[in-house]
Design a protein around this ligand. Structure first.
Ligand SMILES: Cc1cc2nc3c(=O)[nH]c(=O)nc-3n(C[C@H](O)[C@H](O)[C@H](O)COP(=O)(O)OP(=O)(O)OC[C@H]3O[C@@H](n4cnc5c(N)ncnc54)[C@H](O)[C@@H]3O)c2cc1C
Length: 481
């Protein structure tokens, strides 16, 4: 992604880009669920959707179903897209809260076209016309991350990136300015450069090993530190959404692709052994396994600085937030987009690096809060991990969000980037929070008018849903050149 992005946007600078990859080491090999901004990223690289979907075995994703998170047996959807429609030019959410306090209206999810379509196994593309109900739709993809990486590699190479198949042993730093001068390869070659992107995964070869940037560990709030992954055969229904099912020590993911289903158990090793986690996942598969269980270890958090001197960490080398809301690939793409507005003006550009580091740290923190929220506000009584999570102290930034929602139904928070008010609303309601009041501004609309608007919005959702094609039909259409 980094090489493809650089060559697309910075080729006028006459840069020469070298991509060094080691097949001996390989990629992490998981990462199958994404969020809607990936569409803008792909589009910015000039990627054709049909070609991309064929190349990566992609399916459409309308949201994430959370099973058993509030309590065992309870299920809710965190849909993409906008729930409801504006009333009198104002957000739908406070009107809905007001109607519910009057004992009127349907469940929040009943006004989400994404949720209705997901559960009906349907899909359609969003409309660009803001007056169309389909303009509230939004989608992302499930895909094979290894195939996506290979696709990006091909794209980069055809656009002029030079690729070296080699293993880097270490970096040599300049005695003068502390920046990296060269990368030393295991075959004795050395590669010099002006600026180095560390995309070496969890090993953090440059940002960690060469530049010694410490890691900020968030395990106390997000204790999951392992995952076991097992691909299985394609099941009958290719669902247009991810499933995240709470378990005693974490959660199972289920991600339907065209050629297989991705399954994993993200867990905290303090609460379950690797063997028991793998057994739990194997038991939950709905089709035969296609490979042996593979255990991955990780620590949640990020480097205290992503960019130091002439080295910038992108991807897992910079940090990792567990995959509950499918944000890692997004964070890579987001990092690249942000970099484009502060591209280094010289080999060591401290001013740009400071700005970039601040913005990326905030990005990580807002996602961290969203993830912690899912775990913290749980009603899974009597299970040690969930009891710990419910009682642990939380960052003050998250405590403030919970207060704002509970006391005045607000989900529009400062520094909101990737997860907007509708995302927070779905998850806060889903986890069982109930706002005590609503934005007083919506009180200006008379009750009858408000209830009629809600009814109309609901009927429009159902009517639009009835006209949408099945996910499998849309998948075929999407891949037709
Ligand atoms: C359990 C789990 C589930 C995940 N699920 C999701 C998800 O659903 N959605 C999502 O968005 N993200 C997910 N992710 C994250 C996602 O997998 C990564 O963000 C993505 O794969 C990018 O990883 P990367 O390129 O940073 O690292 P890697 O994939 O590890 O790639 C590192 C690269 O560096 C090269 N390399 C390393 N060392 C050397 C060396 N010494 N010399 C030369 N080359 C070297 C390797 O060959 C490789 O090409 C998940 C991660 C985990 C652990």
């Amino acid at each position: 992604m980094t090489a493809a992005f650089l060559t697309r946007f910075f080729s006028p600078l006459q840069m020469s880009i070298t991509l060094i990859e080691s097949t001996e080491i390989g990629t992490v090999g998981v990462g199958e669920a994404t969020i809607p901004p990936i569409r803008a990223f792909n589009h910015s690289l000039g990627i054709n959707e049909a070609e991309f979907m064929r190349a990566t075995q992609a399916t459409f994703k309308l949201g994430i179903e959370f099973r058993g998170w509030r309590e065992p047996g309870h299920t809710y959807m965190h849909p993409f897209g906008y729930t409801g429609a504006k009333i009198n030019g104002q957000s739908f959410h406070p009107f809905w809260i007001r109607a519910r306090q009057m004992g009127q209206g349907h469940a929040f999810a009943e006004y989400s076209l994404n949720t209705l379509a997901a559960y009906a196994g349907k899909f359609d593309w969003p409309s660009a016309d803001p007056s169309s109900p389909k303009s509230t739709l939004a989608y992302a993809y499930h895909f094979d991350a290894a195939l996506y990486a290979a696709y990006m590699r091909r794209l980069s190479e055809t656009r002029g990136v030079q690729r070296l198949e080699a293993t880097i042993t270490h970096a040599k730093r300049s005695a003068e300015d502390g920046g990296i001068d060269t990368l030393c390869l295991s075959d004795g070659r050395e590669v010099a450069g002006d600026f180095f992107f560390d995309c070496s995964g969890f090993r953090a070869l440059l940002i960690g090993e060469a530049m010694n940037v410490p890691f900020e560990d968030w395990s106390n709030h997000l204790p999951a530190n392992r995952a076991v992954a097992i691909p299985s055969g394609v099941s009958q229904d290719i669902l247009p959404y991810t499933q995240a099912t709470a378990q005693s020590a974490g959660w199972h993911w289920r991600i339907p692709l065209q050629h297989r289903t991705g399954n994993g158990y993200v867990y905290a090793s303090d609460f379950i052994s690797d063997e028991a986690a793998a057994a739990s996942l194997l038991q939950a598969l709905d089709a035969p396994p296609m490979a042996d269980p593979r255990v991955l270890k990780f620590t949640t958090g990020h480097r205290k600085a992503f960019w130091v001197k002439n080295c910038l960490a992108i991807g897992l080398s910079g940090g990792f937030l567990e995959p509950l809301e499918s944000t890692s690939i997004h964070l890579i793409q987001n990092a690249l987009t942000r970099l484009s507005s502060v591209f280094p003006t010289r080999r060591i550009d401290g001013v740009s690096a400071r700005l970039y580091n601040r913005v990326m740290s905030e990005e990580f923190e807002t996602i961290r809060d969203f993830l912690i929220f899912h775990y913290h506000v749980n009603g899974r009584q009597g299970e040690p991990m969930w009891d710990y999570l419910r009682h642990m102290s939380i960052p003050s930034s998250l405590a403030e969000k919970i207060d704002l929602f509970c006391e005045r139904g607000l989900t529009s928070f400062p520094n909101q980037t990737v997860f907007q008010e509708e995302n927070w609303m779905s998850v806060m309601l889903g986890q069982g929070l109930v706002p005590q009041t609503f934005d007083p501004l919506v009180g200006a609309v008379p009750d009858a008018g408000m209830l009629a608007a809600l009814k109309q919005i609901h009927q429009t959702c159902l009517q639009t849903l009835s006209e949408m094609p099945a996910h499998t039909v849309a998948l075929k259409k999407a891949q037709t050149p």
